[in-house]
Design a protein around this ligand. Structure first.
Ligand SMILES: Cc1ncc(COP(=O)(O)O)c(C=O)c1O
Length: 405
């Protein structure tokens, strides 16, 4: 007997939303209709012509050729863990290799940590706007993301009173993304210290997403844990951004040295056992990246600063758009002043359909739809960016005047 009934999907899937990729479905339709799409939705430097440093490729290729193709320890190969521990220790977060895990990108580290920390119904503080994986994973595990405000009127810095106010007995972690995606902000030392003090006082782990740590235009920022090495901080990073190898899906997490985190570390290791190991040959790329030549980094930072300048000056010249200048990474979060009743998603979809320019609406990162934020990835060449912002300018003028009539 045959049935045609659709096989049901688990309910938790509906809570798992990731606007950065979801919106590509719309872009494909626009492409199918014959219009060129400019993808400013995903932060992948490789797509825009930046290249992985050759010595990293060499290290991974050598591992493949040498037959290093078996399962590895679930926590990662020792040389990679030592390279991470050495790097963080040099930069002020004293940590030993046995508190480091090699993961499939920052993403897997985030998922392992949140899974180890939060029960169903627990709360985790995440910034608004946030990198959406946090809210997606929390939805999946049945925990609650509680947004704390970051303020565009104050360089997108966290509203510290808001953070203090939102800590409850159900809070299991405080997520800090510094330097930040989607805003491109970097936080001053005083702000970082206060965030750590709040986490420390309440004995909640601070999850420090430091994947853009090397991409502040004025030079690398120290890991947050360098400010208070005994605070309960877990640091996350990867080869994806500063080391230009996002497709390798290779990253790490380092659990701060305080004994308060020992059980959490054991829990994370237990979860990591279940997925056997991260991508073995790529782990050799970590050793090459962190102990080898880094001369690509200053050039990459300079390229990003140049693109940030074009982005801010061109977008701020458009009537109805204001943009806070980023100080790191390759993202900006402009705001378009929308007429009442219009959402950020409507603006972004109309921009896509009429010009082929694909950005992500701010509400995909947790801002309010009526606030009119959208995120731009500015990795294209300055010339192409200038063309793109011309399209945005032409479209926005029309869109706002049409909607106001
Ligand atoms: C803030 C932030 N965290 C984590 C990630 C995931 O990075 P990975 O490729 O290391 O998993 C990204 C990717 O864009 C990000 O912007």
């Amino acid at each position: 007997m045959r049935t045609t009934a659709a096989i049901p999907v688990a309910r938790r899937v509906s809570g798992f939303t990731y606007a950065i990729r979801n919106i590509v479905v719309e872009a494909r339709k626009v492409e199918a209709a014959g219009r060129k799409v400019r993808y400013l939705n995903i932060g992948d430097p490789i797509t825009f012509g930046f290249t992985t440093p050759p010595h990293m490729i060499e290290a991974v290729t050598r591992a493949l050729r040498d037959g290093d193709n078996g399962y590895q320890p679930s926590v990662g190969i020792l040389p990679a863990r030592e390279a991470v521990a050495g790097e963080l220790t040099r930069r002020g977060m004293p940590v030993s290799a046995d508190r480091v895990l090699i993961t499939a990108g920052t993403s897997e580290g985030i998922e392992l940590a949140l899974t180890a920390l939060a029960e169903t119904g627990d709360e985790v503080l995440v910034p608004s706007p946030t990198y959406p994986l946090y809210t997606a994973v929390l939805a999946k595990i049945g925990a609650r993301a509680v947004y704390y405000r970051t303020d565009p009127g104050n360089g997108w810095l966290p509203d510290l009173d808001d953070v203090r106010r939102l800590v409850t007995s159900a809070t299991r972690a405080l997520v800090v993304i510094d330097p930040n995606n989607p805003t491109g902000a970097t936080y001053p030392t005083e702000v970082r210290k206060t965030l750590i003090e709040i986490a420390d006082r309440h004995n909640i782990p601070l999850l420090a997403d430091e994947v853009y740590g090397d991409l502040a235009y004025d030079g690398p920022v120290p890991p947050m844990a360098s400010l208070y090495p005994d605070a309960p901080i877990i640091s996350f990073s990867s080869l994806s951004k500063a080391y230009l190898a996002p497709g390798w899906r290779t990253g790490w997490m380092a659990v701060g040295r305080t004994e308060r985190l020992d059980d959490v570390l054991a829990g994370i290791k237990k979860l990591a056992d279940g997925r056997l190991c991260s991508n073995g040959p790529m782990e050799h790329g970590i050793v090459a990246a962190l102990t080898g030549d880094r001369s690509h980094e200053p050039a990459f930072r300079a390229a990003l600063r140049e693109r940030a300048d074009v982005t801010v000056s061109r977008l701020n010249a458009i009537e109805g758009i204001t943009t806070v200048a980023p100080t790191a990474a390759f993202y900006a979060m402009p705001r378009v002043s929308l007429p009442p009743g219009v959402t950020d998603e409507q603006y972004v979809l109309a921009l896509l359909r009429e010009t082929g320019v694909l950005c992500v609406y701010g509400s995909g990162f947790g801002t309010r739809p009526e606030d009119g934020f959208f995120r731009v990835v500015f990795l294209a060449s300055p010339q192409e960016l200038a063309e793109i912002y011309d399209l945005v300018a032409g479209f926005t003028g029309d869109f706002l005047s049409r909607r106001r009539q």
